[in-house]
Design a protein around this ligand. Structure first.
Ligand code: ADP
Length: 359
């Protein structure tokens, strides 16, 4: 039987080795920081600090904006150094392809995407939590060389209490100035929920302002400001919100092939020992697990070899810790359970059929 190095398997993100019989084993951890390095999203790499300075000076020349809020946005909302690449994200090839077409290519070749080809101004990523929506948004910023702003709707309403409308206005003004830009809003449903009787006046105003800015950002077809929303509760979006997110992409739970890829990726760089049939069993046993559930599972399993040392943990040399084994995963499967219920999956699928972008 052939022996397969986990590092080779996952570094190319290829699944070719996984169907071969034999033992899958792993080596030691590679040095940290060997993935893509940080950079301000709007740059192509060089002169990080000078670009940040230039950004700040551009923003400081903007009229009619609150300098305190602008400062806060540059420090807390502007993502300076997203370090996720497409290859870090297991599976989701449909979403990657759609995002490349909708966001990356227009950002890299704006002159080709005009008139009828003008890119969508709003993209929604929806699906269960922990499936890679935030990772996708980060990768988009990295790959599109757009200035990337990321904020969760809950921090908009909690951290910036009383100022959230103004913050939204300022954010869009800055994004416009620093275009091409991507504004990523996590948990977007909480700003854009269906109007209800007992909706607070403040949240109603925030929603109105957000929609106004959203429309403004799209009013000039040359503008390159894309709003990317993510939600675990797409059902809560009303028609006005749905209409603005022209492309709605379902980010589902990982399929078996993706779970295998993710497990291999997670184990990459660790000493582990799983036979092909054990890996296959594990892939089957983790049906219904999200990407973040699988991450939690692998973390728990990775502690198995240390737990088994008991008292001797303190004086066992690192290179004598046994590899992670299938049995560690079996233990971990008891404690780490899938976080997404089958009922909520059905609801996502139904919403996808009704409103999602088709393949
Ligand atoms: P979401 O935004 O959909 O709630 P995240 O993108 O924040 O989920 O993912 C949470 C964590 O789960 C990530 O940091 C990563 O560790 C893991 N994860 C989820 N999906 C994937 C995936 N497709 N590929 C790699 N890691 C993933």
């Amino acid at each position: 039987t052939s022996s397969v190095s986990a590092r080779q398997t996952s570094s190319t993100h290829s699944r070719t080795t996984s169907s071969r019989p034999g033992m899958i084993t792993g080596g030691r951890k590679r040095p940290s920081g060997s993935t893509a390095g940080g950079q301000i999203a709007s740059t192509s790499g060089a002169g990080h600090n000078s670009v940040l300075e230039e950004t700040k000076s551009k923003v400081s020349r903007l009229k009619n904006i609150d300098s305190k809020l602008a400062h806060m946005i540059l420090n807390e909302v502007l993502v300076d150094g997203a370090t996720v690449t497409w290859d870090d994200i297991a599976g989701l090839s449909f979403a990657k392809q759609a995002l490349k077409e909708i966001v990356i290519l227009p950002a890299l070749r704006p002159e080709l995407f005009t008139g009828l080809r003008a890119p969508a101004k709003g993209v929604l990523l929806f699906g269960p939590p922990g499936t890679g929506k935030t990772m996708l948004a980060k990768a988009v910023s990295q790959e599109s060389k757009a200035t990337f702003f990321s904020i969760s709707a809950s921090s908009l309403t909690s951290k910036f209490v009383g100022e959230s409308e103004k913050l939204v206005r300022t954010l869009f003004a800055i994004a416009q100035e620093l275009q091409p830009s991507v504004i990523f809003i996590d948990e977007v449903d909480s700003i854009l929920t269906e109007r209800s009787e007992n909706e607070h006046e403040a949240s109603r105003r925030l929603k109105t302002e957000f929609l106004l800015q959203f429309d403004g950002a799209g009013s000039n077809s040359d503008d390159r400001v894309l709003v990317m929303g993510a939600t675990n509760r797409p059902q809560e979006l009303d028609e006005a919100a749905r209409r603005r997110f022209v492309k709605r992409i379902y980010i589902p739970l990982p399929e078996s092939e993706t779970r295998r890829g993710l497990l291999e990726k997670l184990l990459d760089g660790h000493a582990f020992h799983l036979s092909e049939s054990e890996m296959q069993k594990l892939v089957n046993q983790t049906e219904g697990y999200s990407g973040s559930d699988l991450t939690a599972l692998a973390k728990d399993a990775a502690l198995g070899p240390l737990r088994s040392l008991g008292e001797t943990l303190l004086d066992t040399p690192a290179d004598q810790v046994r590899p992670i084994q299938y049995q560690d995963f079996v233990q971990a499967l008891h404690t780490i359970r899938p976080s997404v219920s089958p009922q909520s999956l059905l609801a996502f699928e139904e919403w996808n059929r009704e409103y999602g972008a088709s393949i």
